[in-house]
Design a protein. Structure first.
Ligand code: NAD
Length: 379
């Protein structure tokens, strides 16, 4: 279905909406300005809590509030300090208390305006507030557009590891406006590109090649706000969302093929946790993908040359390949055991068979790997 926003005839051609279970995803430059009408259609409510971090709130909050007000919606902005360090139960509790104090009731909708931290946190607030109110995801980083806002996972980090407390809560609507990426710092853009590379590796070799060839244009200094860059960005977001949507549609709660999305994330999460979040999520995932490709080749499940292609894409994206030297391989291995992806204490990896296809279909897409091999690769 085409977008339902009323002045469609005067608006630029709308992207077809991508449906993921109950969620509709709109990817369109300028979509932020028509957000109010879209939200009113997809998630009618008495009140709207726009949850954002302070950085995004300062950059894009006023526009979002204006668009909601134009559509006749009653909305308030609740902001918290930016950064992974704030994706905690404490922030979740603080936001929930602020909503309760402000008199939000069951007939409320949460609008998550920001990157993956905001999406996960605000999504978890929505999942639990009054036993659950709808959430609209408005991702503002590339990573959130192609990954975090899609699929319904919400949650917070704990000292024991990332995302260990949370809930599945599918958004009523996802609105991605590639124009907001013009304000995104370059390291954050590259961090999102890591997930786009991952989507290519797990599902679609041609998409992988498209991402690699788009890199020079996307990363050229000063290119971020050019129309051509925004169109390239849109194409990339659409391609990635289609891949993720396809995987999630086949397996909403991660019993099977959804586990392929964890490529690069088992070691990536361990490295990210060990860095105390000094590494960006996508940077840690890039290192994780380089290491896990190597693991796949050494375990004999990946075609020869897979690692080289993955490493080449990561390098071209300006992302790191090596784990921080001070991190201890044994400590990283121990961290992978606390990861949600371990089953009965055995860590199973999502490993590529080649670029564009994953290994382990018969084993439920998880490949058990000897600790010795993991240590060898980490060393
Ligand atoms: P983030 O939300 O911390 O955003 C990165 C930084 O960019 C922040 O400082 C933010 O304020 C700033 N920012 C956001 N949008 C901006 C914009 N348009 N212009 C300028 N600055 C902007 O981090 P992220 O990389 O978007 O997301 C990482 C998080 O997402 C992690 O916590 C990860 O666990 C989570 N995640 C979740 C899923 C999922 O399925 N739920 C998937 C992948 C990642």
């Amino acid at each position: 279905a085409e977008g339902r926003e009323p002045r469609a005839e005067s608006a630029p051609r709308l992207m077809p909406e991508i449906a993921i279970g109950p969620s509709r995803v709109t990817i369109e430059p300028g979509a932020l300005d028509t957000l109010g009408a879209r939200v009113r259609d997809a998630a009618a409510a008495h009140r709207y809590a726009v949850i954002s971090d302070e950085t995004v709130a300062a950059l894009h909050g006023a526009r979002v509030l204006a668009s909601l007000a134009d559509a006749g919606l009653r909305a308030e902005l609740l902001a918290f300090p930016a950064g992974e360090a704030h994706k905690t139960r404490e922030t979740w509790g603080g936001l929930t208390d602020r909503m309760l104090a402000a008199g939000f009731g069951r007939d409320s909708v949460v609008v998550a305006l920001g990157g993956g931290v905001v999406g996960d946190l605000a999504g978890f607030v929505a999942a639990t507030f009054m036993r659950g109110v709808p959430v609209v995801q408005v991702p503002t980083t590339l990573l959130a557009m192609i990954d975090a806002a899609i699929g319904g996972k919400t949650g917070v980090d704990t000292p024991a590891g990332k995302n260990l407390v949370g809930a599945f809560h599918q958004p009523a609507l996802v609105v991605a406006d590639p124009r907001v990426l013009a304000t995104l710092p370059a390291p954050q853009l590259r961090s999102g590109i890591a997930e786009a590379i991952k989507h290519g590796v797990i599902a679609d070799e041609r998409y992988f090649e498209r991402v690699v060839s788009a890199l020079p244009a996307l990363l050229a200094p000063g290119a971020a706000s050019a129309d051509a860059t925004i169109e390239t960005m849109k194409a990339l977001v659409v391609g990635s969302v289609e891949i993720k949507a396809g995987v999630v549609a086949r397996d909403e709660r991660e019993g099977g093929v959804r586990r392929t999305l964890n490529f690069g994330h088992t070691l990536g999460h361990a490295i990210e946790t060990a860095s105390r979040y000094r590494l960006l999520h996508g940077e840690a995932v890039a290192i994780g993908m380089a290491l896990e490709s190597e693991l796949a080749e050494r375990a004999g499940v990946a075609e020869c040359g897979t690692t080289e292609r993955v490493r080449d894409a990561i390098t071209r994206a300006g992302l790191p390949l090596e784990r921080p030297a001070e991190q201890d391989p044994h400590a990283l291995l121990a961290l992978t055991r606390g990861d949600k992806k371990s089953r009965r204490g055995i860590v199973e990896y999502a490993l590529p068979r080649r670029v564009g296809a994953m290994a382990g279909e018969r084993e439920g897409w998880g490949v058990a790997v000897d600790d010795a091999l993991v240590l060898e690769v980490l060393a």
